[in-house]
Design a protein around this ligand. Structure first.
Ligand code: C2E
Ligand code: MG
Ligand code: MG
Length: 735
């Protein structure tokens, strides 16, 4: 047999068993018993007798007994080994040195135990375990077939090496921890990722050393986790993994040296069959590049490729955010939808390359026309949208629109061609006109079409009549009908003050619509529509009644005799029972009639004058006052004012705004005041926004003022508090 002897001696089970050893060395009565039990052994068992030469040296060992398994182990001996010598069976035993070892056992009595790999094809095993003891002048040898055990040992070894090589050469970082988070293993990629050697961390540091404690605390709060302070956040990292499955999240890893790296970390709990957690394995990789790539892809998807401007989705998002901010801070957001005039002609005559250059130049000019915090978007084709934030009044909006037109005005030089590129701009303003993203954009669009129809190269502010018979208009009309019956209308009150005393002497009722979807809508949005559809009649009636009732309550609450001004539309004067309606409102509310003032426009006086005169006459008889609103914008002459015995003139906002800076406007204001005083008519300045305007009006002996500088229009519930705050203005007056 070809046995490669091994030097490893395992503990021999018979070693030290004195009785058994003696029995084997003196075999006489034991022999039969041994042979009988040997026959049933699962190992191969052989008895060998020493063959000696004349000098007594052992030359070979002859098999005197072999059990069933011994014969089965070796091919070619027909199941019978007895009588054969060892060197017959396997001459190579001499060369392997195993024969010498066997001789030593016979000579010294020292047993031999070992394992050997077998390379002889005749042997039905690849590995054998041998146990050899001396028996008389020979040996008893047991051979166990351990081929299977060795093969599976080998498989385990290979598997271990395979796993180890994957662990080591994996392109992602692997960390293993014990159940409390102490790092128990990490691979090379993990060392590179975190900048520490494994000798610094394994068995010495918790995995949380590599984590941002604040981030762990924030996640714990977000996920409403109850944490164990002694684990320093490790339970936050493993919370989901503990419930089974893989927990994948992005975290910030703190490298040695403090650098922060965004990582994707997948954590799994290692569990025994009993369910006890023996540790955790985390696989991590750096997502810096992935993030940069995602940002790039997102940029590609959300920005216009040609101009680099943002696209529709981003714009809508920004509008939403801007509207939210404006709501909070009481500012305005303006949307300009801008479409180049006759752009198709440029494309058709000079080609698409030239067209692209025009779009690029336009984009650059638009960016320069607004603040860097504003948004310039391209909606496709030659349509752009500008979103301007932080505006305080509509005048600013107009100023910006002029500015944009001025920027676009200079000639563009494209491919040796000089060209004038103009644009039509539609403007919609939050909250004055619309209050949600879809409508702001749609209505700015409608205004842009109106600018085109009006001759291009201009801007138009949205007005509801621009909607024509569109869906929106119909929906709005339906909504308004419904609003009057369903208490969706409210009145806000704007105080006006005496410029000689600074005291609040009156208030104007201004209607607003609490639209269930669009939010608070301003009159500019629905009064024209109400007038066109006749809804102004029920609306006007409602406003008079509500104003009288609330106005009376406010006067009582403040203990002041304030004048209550209510706006009347020209159409209301065509209504037969207008005066009855007003009479009833006065009666039912208990407001003294001389405290009520109706505001009419110059147009009301011009249209249908006989009937109007009659109604105004009747109102005067009741004691109601009459004011002309927005004076200076219509075509009224002073004769009418005399005929109708007007009590007040309200100078339109635009003169007030200009007067402090423009000498012509100042002259208009001065002469209105002088003439009114000559006719014994009091003058109110509307839209006073600044201290400068306020002081100018005081100097010009204007009687009264109304405007944001004093107070914005406010809900009835807040009015008393606002009137008390107006004391500040009174102080300014007396200063
Ligand atoms: P109006 O009667 O000339 O009212 C003054 C408008 O100027 C109000 O706009 C008011 O909020 C605004 N205003 C006041 N102070 C300032 C200021 O300092 N700066 C600026 N930029 N604006 C100021 P509102 O409330 O949007 O009303 C607009 C118009 O709608 C009113 O102009 C009035 O003609 C009409 N309106 C309002 N309520 C009613 C109503 O109940 N019936 C009728 N028929 N028309 C109404
Ligand atoms: Mg008014
Ligand atoms: Mg007005």
């Amino acid at each position: 047999m070809g046995l490669a002897a091994t030097s490893s001696l395992l503990l021999f089970p018979w070693h030290g068993n004195q009785r058994r050893r003696q029995a084997l060395e003196h075999p006489a009565q034991e022999r039969l018993r041994i042979l009988a039990s040997a026959e049933t052994s699962l190992d191969a068992f052989l008895l060998l007798d020493a063959q000696r030469d004349e000098s007594g040296a052992i030359t070979d060992l002859r098999v005197s007994f072999s059990n069933r398994h011994a014969a089965g182990l070796l091919d070619g001996f027909d199941g019978e080994l007895t009588g054969h010598t060892l060197l017959d069976v396997g001459p190579q035993i001499l060369a392997s040195g195993f024969f010498d070892q066997l001789c030593r056992v016979v000579n010294t009595g020292e047993p031999l135990l070992g394992e050997a790999e077998v390379r002889d094809p005749r042997v039905q095993a690849t590995w054998l375990r041998y146990q050899v003891v001396r028996l008389g002048d020979g040996l008893a040898m047991t051979l166990g077939n351990i081929s299977e055990m060795k093969a599976s040992e080998q498989r385990y070894k290979e598997l271990g090496e395979f796993t180890e090589s994957i662990f080591e050469s994996a392109p992602f970082s692997i960390f293993a921890t014990d159940p409390d988070g102490m790092i128990t293993a990490m691979n090379r990629a993990a060392e590179e990722l975190c900048g520490y050697n494994r000798t610094d961390l394994v068995g010495k540091a918790p995995l949380t050393l590599l984590h941002d404690r604040k981030e762990l605390a924030v996640r714990a709060r977000e996920q409403k986790l109850r944490t164990d302070p002694s684990l320093e956040g490790f339970d936050v990292l493993t919370a989901k993994a503990m419930q089974g499955g893989l927990d994948e999240q992005e975290w910030t890893l703190l490298r040695a040296g403090g650098m922060r790296v965004p990582i994707h970390l997948a954590v799994r709990a290692l569990k025994r069959e009993s369910g006890d957690v023996t540790g955790f394995v985390g696989i991590a990789f750096d997502v810096t590049e992935h993030r940069a790539m995602m940002e790039y892809v997102t940029h590609l998807a959300t920005h216009d490729q040609l101009t680099g401007l943002v696209g529709r989705a981003v714009l809508q998002d920004r509008i939403r955010q801007a509207v939210e901010r404006a709501r909070r801070y009481g500012t305005k957001v303006a949307l300009f939808v801008l479409d180049l005039d006759h752009f198709k002609r440029i494309n058709d005559s000079l080609g698409h390359w030239a067209g692209d250059q025009v779009l690029l130049e336009t984009a650059a000019r638009l960016r320069l026309a607004v603040r860097s915090s504003d948004t310039v978007a391209r909606m496709g084709g030659d349509e752009f949208v500008l979103m301007l934030e932080d505006l305080t009044n509509l005048h600013d909006v107009e100023h910006c629109a002029h500015n944009v037109m001025k920027r676009l005005a200079p000639e563009m030089s494209i491919d040796q061609h000089q060209m004038h590129v103009t644009a039509s701009i539609g403007v919609c303003v939050y909250p004055d006109i619309g209050s949600d993203v879809q409508h702001l954009l749609k209505w700015a669009d409608a205004a842009m079409y109106s600018a085109k129809e009006n001759g291009r190269n201009q801007f138009q502010m949205f007005r509801s009549e621009m909607l024509k018979n569109s869906e929106d208009r119909l929906a709005l009309e339906r909504g308004l009908r419904h609003a009057i019956d369903n208490d969706e209308l409210v009145l806000h009150y704007q105080p006006h003050v005496s410029l000689s005393t600074g005291a609040v002497i009156g208030m104007e009722a201004l209607v607003r619509w609490m639209h269930p979807e669009l939010g608070l809508l301003m009159p500019v949005h629905f009064i024209a529509l109400a007038e066109e559809t006749g809804l102004i009649l029920p609306l006007g009636e409602w406003a008079v009644q509500r104003a009288c009732r609330e106005g009376k309550q406010l006067c009582d609450e403040l203990g002041l005799d304030l004048t209550l001004s209510v706006n009347l539309s020209p159409q209301q004067f065509q209504q037969k029972d207008l005066t009855e309606t007003i009479e009833r409102a006065i009666r039912e509310s208990g407001l003294p009639p001389q405290r009520l003032e109706v505001e009419i426009t110059e147009n009301t006086l011009m249209v249908n004058s006989a009937a109007t005169l009659e109604k105004l006459q009747r109102l005067r008889e009741l004691g109601v006052r009459i004011a002309i609103d927005d004076f200076g914008t219509g075509f009224c002459n002073f004769k009418y004012l005399l005929d109708y015995q007007v009590d007040r003139l309200k100078i339109d906002q635009q003169f007030v705004r200009q007067a402090a800076i423009d000498p012509n406007a100042a002259a208009v204001v001065r002469s209105i005041i002088a003439m009114s005083h000559g006719l014994n008519i009091r003058v109110v300045a509307e839209g006073v926004e600044t201290e400068e305007q306020f002081r100018f009006l005081v100097r010009k002996r204007c009687d009264e003022a109304q405007g944001y500088f004093i107070s914005r229009p406010i809900p009835a519930g807040d009015f008393a508090a606002a009137v008390r705050a107006c004391g500040a203005v009174a102080a300014l007056r007396s200063a």
